[in-house]
Ligand binder design. Structure first.
Ligand code: NAD
Length: 290
């Protein structure tokens, strides 16, 4: 397999990380000010812990402070909200991440609403999600932004392109659909009901830009890919101790003009954009303090 069709995220992430690091070092030198990110983890989900370690590694590399508040799996809603409110008030914390999954008795959307939108570096608070609909600047969800960042490196005109997004989650599919509409793509969102009616293949076959964020390996068949389509696979699935995406990669590779590898596509950019959001939030908070 030649690599020329691969839409890799590592170099893009490295470029963003370098810009963020330079600015963080400048803030430290000029204002003796260190941006700090705090992740809240309820329980000890294994994958979530791995992701925390990865975030921490990148934060260290970028000279960003990183703290973790680990809470017991049986922490109730009031207890969790009390911690969030404490972090909202703490001026030494600039960004708050609510690590998912939460234990079953806690509802992510309900809890996210309690994060101060100025510290919502994952861009999941209703105020920040609403800004995307209005095409206003704010703290936008990192994975949806990562997809747009990847597409922007291809220098293609998105105007009027047939974009199909498979997956309609609040953090990926829905905000990404709004971003694509803002770019004037003709945008279709597919989800579980599309598959259940047997219509997924029909929609995917039309896609000039296809983004898949489902979490089921092989949910999109390689033979469905339109010739020369751009394929962005957001899915992360563990199969036989290997990480794979949602699209049948080998067959899709034959037909696509560009396709993201999994791992190494969207993932590294997502974390880089999380740190960029943190820097942005920290600078705005510093500005408000003046
Ligand atoms: P989610 O689990 O909240 O939602 C899944 C979506 O897929 C829903 O819209 C559902 O209707 C749809 N779906 C389920 N089965 C389907 C089917 N058979 N056909 C069509 N649609 C179907 O999703 P999420 O949180 O957006 O995560 C999706 C995937 O993306 C997961 O694998 C997750 O690990 C991955 N992810 C990756 C990153 C990254 O940085 N690379 C970030 C976030 C999520």
């Amino acid at each position: 397999m030649d690599r020329e069709k691969l839409l890799e995220g590592k170099a893009i992430a490295a470029r963003i990380n370098q810009i963020v690091k330079n600015e963080v070092l400048e803030l430290k030198k000029t204002y003796f000010f260190e941006p700090v990110l705090c992740a809240i983890q309820v329980g000890d989900d294994k994958e979530s812990s791995l992701y925390l370690d990865f975030q921490q590694k990148i934060a260290r590399k970028l000279a960003i402070g990183y703290k973790v508040r680990k809470l017991a799996a049986d922490t109730d809603r009031d207890g969790l909200i009390a911690v969030i409110e404490e972090l909202n008030r703490d001026s030494s914390i600039n960004g708050i991440i609510l690590q998912l999954p939460l234990p079953g008795h806690l509802k992510a959307n309900d809890i996210r609403n309690c994060i101060d939108p100025r510290k919502d570096v994952e861009g999941v608070h209703p105020e920040n999600l609403g800004k995307i609909i209005l095409n206003e600047k704010g703290l936008a969800p990192c994975t949806a932004c990562a997809v747009m960042e990847l597409l922007s490196t291809l220098n293609i005109d998105l105007y009027g392109k047939e974009a199909v997004i498979v997956g309609h989650s609040e953090i990926v599919g829905k905000p990404l659909a709004a971003m694509m509409l803002n770019a004037f793509c003709t945008t279709t969102i597919c989800h579980i009901a599309t598959s259940e009616r047997g219509l997924l293949a029909e929609h995917v076959k039309r896609a000039e830009i296809l983004v898949v964020a489902v979490g089921k390996p092989g949910v999109v068949k390689g033979e469905w890919i339109k010739k020369d389509a751009i394929v962005v696979d957001v899915g992360i699935n563990y199969v036989d101790e290997k990480i794979v995406g949602d699209v049948e990669f080998e067959k899709a590779y034959e037909k696509a003009s560009y396709i993201t590898p999994v791992p190494g596509g969207v993932g590294p950019i997502t974390v880089a954009l999380l740190m960029r959001n943190l820097l942005k939030a920290a600078k705005e908070q510093k500005q408000e303090d003046k």
